[in-house]
Ligand binder design. Structure first.
Ligand code: SF4
Length: 206
């Protein structure tokens, strides 16, 4: 992060004391090196939380060079060390989004909310259960053809969130953390492997 960007961010944040201050940053292979500096900056500025976002390869993001730059498949060891050292309850609270999968030391994860609490409507009216499931296979329907309420109640809306254990590949299927991890994010797994039931490809358990 450049010193100019740090200075501008700092001025902005001190002028907004009435708001919760959240710093968000994509975390990928090419931004791992300056992650500690970013966290130091967040602590010095006393922000409330830091959110690290992962990358989901859909559309043009599926190109190999993009995945190489923005994924972290080659750097899992470094990523694991960084996550273990930085996950805290604050201050600031450091959060990683579902793209990172289960986090040490507890290896718990979120309940998948695809189609349960979330949906995504594309610019052409296609409705998906989640932003991580932007593939034609997961389109529930189109708003030009069916009302939103009907799409929301379509069983296809929650089919990914309710994927049973037996549909998961090893090692997720036998993993002792499965009851809390739920096999991590199926949308990200599908985006990387083309297989909804594949093992989560970036599990930091190793
Ligand atoms: S192996 Fe699978 S179920 Fe176990 S912690 Fe990793 S992603 Fe979760």
């Amino acid at each position: 992060m450049s010193s100019k960007a740090l200075a501008v961010s700092s001025r902005f944040m001190t002028s907004r004391d009435a708001f919760q201050r959240v710093l968000s940053r994509p975390k990928a292979a090419e931004t791992l090196d300056d992650a500690p500096e970013f966290l130091r900056f967040a602590r010095d500025e006393k922000v409330d939380s830091v959110r690290f976002c992962g990358f989901v390869p859909v559309g043009r993001g599926r190109r190999k060079q993009v995945i190489h730059r923005l994924g972290f498949g080659q750097d899992l060891d470094r990523l694991r060390e960084f996550v273990a050292a930085s996950v805290t309850d604050g201050p600031p609270m450091v959060l990683f989004d579902p793209a990172f999968g289960p986090l040490p030391p507890g290896w718990g994860f979120h309940e998948c909310m695809a189609g349960i609490e979330t949906l995504y409507i594309s610019s052409i009216g296609d409705v998906y259960p989640c932003t991580s499931l932007l593939n034609p296979r997961f389109v529930v329907g189109n708003l030009g053809e069916r009302p939103l309420e009907e799409l929301w109640n379509d069983p296809k809306m929650t089919s990914v969130a309710s994927l049973p254990r037996e549909d998961l590949a090893s090692p997720c299927r036998e993993c002792p953390s499965l009851p809390s991890c739920h096999g991590a994010c199926r949308g990200i797994t599908f985006a990387h492997t083309g297989d909804l039931g594949a093992a989560f490809p970036f599990c930091l358990r190793g």
